[in-house]
Design a protein around this ligand. Structure first.
Ligand code: H2U
Ligand code: ZN
Length: 346
């Protein structure tokens, strides 16, 4: 009888953070590709683009002008998905067609005045300024809102409208689905095991090393055992941290360093500015300390086998369960072995 082998045989892996399974089909990595090939956006942007609504001194699509900022810029999204003044609902609630009014605020963060950079190509002290903005915005909006979602949607492949390096913050008076699932699973895990799910997980990964992409004194970046996206990364501190503003000065600097190190590898993988959606998950606000929580960031990049071939979450995945071919171990090994120097910087 053949023995079960992770690199060869179909299996399911459990994502304990969401309480969901993912189907892994490693035997399929050899199949021929006949699908769609994405067009490559030319990567020759100027440092300043007079038509860019995020560049310093330029007019935005709303009526405002950007100041001539020289590091980061935060402004209220001119097309906010959440509003501060939504009225309360009146009338009897419907048990089947449930509704709740929502309140919140949306902001945009420019990471740099330079139109031609991305976090991957920024210097560590400049990335550090972005980390500090993430933390101060989380603290400020966290005073008023249950949840503050800090995220970046990068690249045309992700539907990002503008290559100028930027992220967003959406603060809401409710805890959204993804965070609610992590809240439930981390709480259950602590009740059952008496320890912190993601700290136990980080220890396991640091001991095994096979899914670690990079690590430093305070942080570890892994392709999680249960990854869905081909080169998905989970980034987390190795001590328990509940929210971004708690990070110490040293932890913020080493976060900037590990971000740079992993994002350079992302770009080097297919020698392209690597598209992704990333965002921070942390203890929701309003209920004080939640000892089952561990701060972390998810990076969900869509590219699969080249700068032009991405993974689609369709078919079986929409109707049944997420599925991947390449294993998390194979993806981590590929990323780990890439040069630490950005391909555009020779
Ligand atoms: P993307 O990161 O998905 O491209 O979105 C950019 C955000 O910037 C988007 O939410 C906002 C859009 O509403 N925006 C402004 O607030 N002002 C502008 O002048 C243009 C875009
Ligand atoms: Zn710009």
């Amino acid at each position: 009888m053949t023995e079960f082998n992770f690199d060869e045989h179909p299996h399911r892996r459990f994502n304990p953070l969401r309480g969901e399974w993912v189907l892994v089909s490693p035997h399929r990595t050899k199949r021929p590709w006949l699908g769609q090939v994405e067009k490559l956006a030319p990567d020759d942007r100027p440092a300043y683009d007079p038509k860019c609504y995020l560049c310093p001194g330029n007019q935005r699509m709303g009526s405002d002008m950007n100041p001539k900022y020289d590091a980061t810029l935060v402004f209220t999204n001119d097309f906010s998905a959440l509003l501060t003044d939504t009225p309360e609902m009146t009338g009897a609630p419907d048990d089947l067609l449930r509704v709740e009014p929502t309140r919140g605020e949306c902001r945009v963060i420019c990471f740099s005045p330079r139109h031609d950079l991305t976090l991957a190509e920024m210097a560590v002290p400049d990335i550090r300024k972005v980390v500090d903005v993430w933390a101060t915005q989380t603290a400020e909006l966290g005073e008023k809102y249950r949840w503050v979602q800090v995220f970046e949607n990068k690249g045309a492949a992700m539907g990002c409208s503008n290559p100028h390096p930027h992220g967003q913050i959406w603060a809401s008076n409710f805890v959204p689905n993804e965070i609610a699932a992590e809240e439930r699973e981390q709480k259950n895990y602590q009740q059952e095991n008496g320890s912190v799910l993601l700290l136990d997980y980080a220890k396991r990964e640091l001991a095994a090393q096979e899914r670690v992409v990079v690590s430093n004194a305070h942080w570890v970046a892994v392709v999680p055992f249960w990854a869905v996206w081909p080169y998905e990364i989970l980034l987390l501190p190795t001590r328990q941290v509940q929210r971004l503003p708690e990070l110490t000065d040293a932890e913020r600097t080493s976060l900037s360093e590990i971000l740079q190190a992993m994002l350079i590898r992302y770009d080097n993988l297919f020698e392209t500015s690597f598209p992704y959606s990333m965002g921070w998950h942390a203890t929701p606000n309003g209920a004080g300390d939640q000892p089952h929580w561990q701060l972390h960031a998810h990076f969900y990049p869509p590219l699969l086998r080249s700068a032009t071939v991405k993974k689609f979450m369709v078919g079986y995945e929409m109707l049944a369960e997420a599925q991947r071919d390449l294993t998390a171990e194979q993806a981590a090994a590929r990323l780990r072995e890439l040069p630490a120097k950005h391909y555009r910087h020779g």
